[in-house]
Design a protein. Structure first.
Ligand code: ZN
Length: 296
């Protein structure tokens, strides 16, 4: 890595930190940002500094074990969580962590942002699950993140905040903006009492569009694996069921515009989930309709 390239990355982190602070995604010295410099080194934000007022010289270079290589300051206390992402996702070159208030409110309420509501969110992020609570700056948090990070580019962290990743630091940061924007819209829809969801059919169509837009999604959209073993809340709290996620769970009803969310969000009985069998049937129907259209 040339000094000039590293200088550009340092400037990018300063800019992303400034935007995070300006948008109120962090308070005080919260949040952290990192960039993969090469196979073995990571550039990251320092601890105990407001992310809105950083300078390029404050950044710290560490190896994949978190050992400091360069820098006068110490790396962020959440560095372990960033390193966990880099170890599990070779495609990822940047990680952003913040506490955007509305998305974090969902993370505190235990409500994942996994309903098919906005087309661009389904296409880009799929859905945003909640990683189990782990005490900040301990190995608990990386362990919680590990379970989801292979299938998702954005996570809520229970009772804490949000984590986004990407091929560069601006891509990772924009996912943080998308999550907070999605959370605000979902909150307003829920306050209005009507969160109309996109249909399963539309979700399949949006998933197919990913290729057209050149969106590299880490995993396909799939069924909720916890439905066979009780409610999502129960299985989320049970570490014995914490196998790694290998697909993105999106809640979508069978017909367009159906109301999936009952008046009491705690009552999950009204939810319908997309199974592999249903997904396959939908794709088969779509192919049949397409072929019929071509010949007719
Ligand atoms: Zn945090």
């Amino acid at each position: 890595m040339s000094t000039r390239a590293e200088d550009a990355f340092r400037a990018d982190i300063v800019e992303v930190g400034r935007r995070m602070y300006a948008r109120g995604y962090v308070a005080s010295n919260d949040g952290n940002i990192s960039i993969r410099l090469d196979d073995s080194t990571i550039l990251t934000t320092p601890k105990s500094v407001s992310k809105g007022f950083m300078t390029a010289d404050m950044m710290v270079v560490v190896d994949l074990d978190g050992k400091k290589i360069r820098g006068t300051r110490d790396a962020s206390s959440e560095l372990l969580m960033h390193l966990e992402v880099y170890k599990n996702r070779p495609d990822v070159r940047a990680v952003v962590h913040a506490h955007p208030p509305t998305a974090t409110g969902f993370a505190v309420a235990g409500i994942p942002l996994d309903c098919a509501v906005l087309a661009e969110v389904v296409t880009t992020l799929g859905s945003i699950p909640i990683a189990e609570y782990g005490t900040p700056s301990t190995p608990e948090l990386p362990a919680a993140v590990r379970k989801y990070i292979k299938a998702y580019d954005g996570l809520l962290l229970a009772n804490h905040g949000a984590l986004t990743i990407g091929p560069d630091v601006f891509a990772a940061y924009y996912k943080m903006e998308t999550i907070e924007h999605f959370a605000k819209i979902s909150l307003v829809a829920r306050q209005l009492g009507r969160e109309h969801l996109l249909s399963r059919e539309e979700v399949v169509r949006l998933q197919d569009l990913r290729g057209n837009y050149g969106i590299k999604s880490p995993a396909p959209i799939c069924a909720d694996p916890s439905t066979s073993s009780g409610s999502r809340a129960e299985s989320r709290d049970d570490p014995s069921t914490s196998s790694e996620a290998n697909c993105q769970i999106v809640q979508a009803p069978s017909s367009h515009g159906a109301r999936l969310i009952p008046s009491d969000p705690a009552d999950l009985d009204g939810e319908i989930r997309l199974s592999y069998r249903e997904l396959t049937a939908l794709i088969e129907d779509a192919v049949k309709a397409l072929l019929g259209g071509q010949h007719g």
